[in-house]
Design a protein around this ligand. Structure first.
Ligand code: FAD
Length: 468
């Protein structure tokens, strides 16, 4: 067994790039087959246009809108209109509208527990049961919006260079990384006499207690917390915190790996504005990835994490014989099902033992509260995707955060594989929505193609160095 620990930096002797590249060599054809040739996995439903950025005003032109992104392109005026960021970022292809509520009401409602996604009917379009589940790591896409969203063809809208850049994009990435501030976000490092501070919940509370302990006031805090969440305290400390806990590092790796994967695709599928050709851009790769081995390492880390989640899901999917991927067409159902199981079994069998060892996480005394904090922060990252001011980027940003959210849910909320064989079907304590499944497998496919592109870019770098 050569499992990648959450502590590992990929490139360690065991968790090597080549192990994962070999694995990808095996998995990628099956994954491409699944995501490119089945209706179920090549269409994604999301609320792309009806949700506002919940964190800042993206209407005042400050950030996050298309105009902002367009302005930041050099000599935008010189670029033919069809190549401008606003054009490149647009969605293409017909979008299926979600049928109205009346159609849904006629359909039977899915049971809350148990069988994985049955009745995902109406040729894979209608979906029920979108209420938020405590165990979700992302915000279900219709949380606050009135519309159920649109169906988008992922094949017609590949993730690639769009020209979206500048302050708008930077503001989103900055906010994503700020979410990694597990312990400093909600409480002060020092406190002033007579001022009132809100007592944080979760792991931050532990550190809040540490502040109080250092100030000899832990008892007071504990007592007052019972009665009143707003605790006035009078300590003044200058305590610095050691905040590099394992979970925080994993959170960072996940978002940085996602960022690296997006960068890889935009560099790989780059528009040469002189020739009008879509082609790899080597200097884009060198400047964004090659010079930053940690980013590449995080991308491989995510690949290992997703492989483990997909492998873990396999027994759940295969033990639900009645799970239909597209009711109404048994042949298509069977085809999709076979393609999904081809991916899960390759992900499970390509290396001896699990490829990623999640069991070390959320283990210590703070485990449960840390997990809640982790989950909430990841949900915020998913909400931040509504601040992305380019339709195509928002589509893929939302899909991938949903995909990672699903992977984390499978890793940390689902019982181990062993439990599947011993658990009665109607007691299996989880369910996945269609959108979660589609997001998970497509995010895995994104990482798979990133690994492929990185290998090719690496060869191009070696070749160019050889020529020099
Ligand atoms: P950025 O990529 O914007 O990075 C900002 C800063 O983050 C960098 O200066 C660096 O300090 C740090 N950083 C960069 N990479 C990493 C990493 N992997 N790990 C840790 N830190 C890092 N553009 C497209 O052309 N196509 C797309 O599909 C697309 N999708 C996007 C999706 C989202 C959610 C967002 C927020 C942006 C997207 N963009 C897309 C824009 C793209 O990601 C860049 O923001 C843009 O190309 C500008 O790049 P940059 O060189 O200024 O640095």
């Amino acid at each position: 067994s050569c499992a990648i620990s959450p502590k590992a930096i990929v490139s360690d002797a065991c968790a090597s790039y080549s192990t994962l590249e070999d694995l990808n060599h095996d998995v990628k054809p099956a994954l491409d087959n699944l995501t490119r040739t089945t209706d179920f996995f090549s269409h994604y439903r999301l609320n792309l246009f009806n949700k506002r950025c919940p964190f800042w005003n993206d209407e005042n032109g400050m950030c996050g809108n298309i105009a902002c992104a367009v302005e930041t392109l050099d000599n935008e005026e010189d670029i033919p209109e069809v190549w401008r960021a606003s054009e490149l970022g647009k969605l293409e292809g017909p979008r299926a509208k979600h049928p109205g509520k009346s159609v849904q009401r006629q359909e039977p409602k899915r049971p809350l527990q148990g069988k994985l996604g049955e009745n995902v009917g109406e040729s894979c379009v209608v979906e029920y049961d979108d209420e938020c589940d405590d165990r979700d790591y992302c915000v279900p896409d219709d949380e606050s919006a009135t519309s159920k969203g649109d169906y988008v063809s992922l094949l017609r809208n590949p993730e690639r260079f769009t020209g979206y850049a500048g302050d708008g994009a930077k503001q989103v990435w900055d906010a994503v990384y700020r979410e990694n501030c597990f312990q400093k976000s909600s409480f002060p490092q020092s406190a002033s006499l007579g001022e009132t501070y809100s007592v944080p919940k979760g792991p931050a509370a532990m550190d809040f207690r540490a502040v109080m302990q250092a100030a000899g006031r832990q008892q007071v805090l504990e007592q007052q917390r019972e009665q009143n969440p707003l605790v006035p305290f009078v300590a003044k400390t200058g305590l610095e915190f050691e905040d590099e806990c394992l979970e925080k590092r994993v959170f960072y790796k996940v978002v940085s790996g996602m960022h690296a994967s997006i960068s890889t695709h935009l560099c790989w599928d780059f528009l040469n504005q002189t020739t009008g050709q879509w082609q790899p851009n080597l200097s884009c790769y060198i400047n964004r990835l090659h010079k930053f081995p940690d980013r590449i390492s995080n991308l491989y880390f995510n690949y290992a994490l997703l492989t483990r989640a997909v492998a873990k899901l396999g027994p759940y999917l295969s033990s639900h014989e009645e799970y239909t991927f597209c009711t109404g067409d048994p042949a298509q159902d069977a085809d999709t099902r076979a393609k999904v199981l081809a991916v899960t079994s390759k992900a499970a069998n390509s290396v001896p033992g699990p490829v990623f060892d999640e069991s070390l996480m959320f283990k210590n005394g703070e485990g449960p509260s840390l997990k809640e904090d982790f989950r909430n922060r990841f949900r915020n990252v998913s909400r931040l995707m509504d601040c992305v001011g380019c339709d195509k980027c928002r589509l893929w940003g939302k899909l991938q955060t949903a995909g990672y959210g699903t992977a984390l849910k499978v890793l940390f909320e689902f019982a181990d594989n062993d439990a599947v064989s011993t658990t009665k079907t109607d007691e299996i304590p989880f369910k996945l929505k269609r959108t979660e499944l589609v997001a998970l497998f497509n995010t895995y496919a994104r990482l798979s193609s990133s690994l492929d592109a990185i290998q090719k870019f690496r060869a191009m770098v070696e070749e160019s160095e050889y020529q020099i």
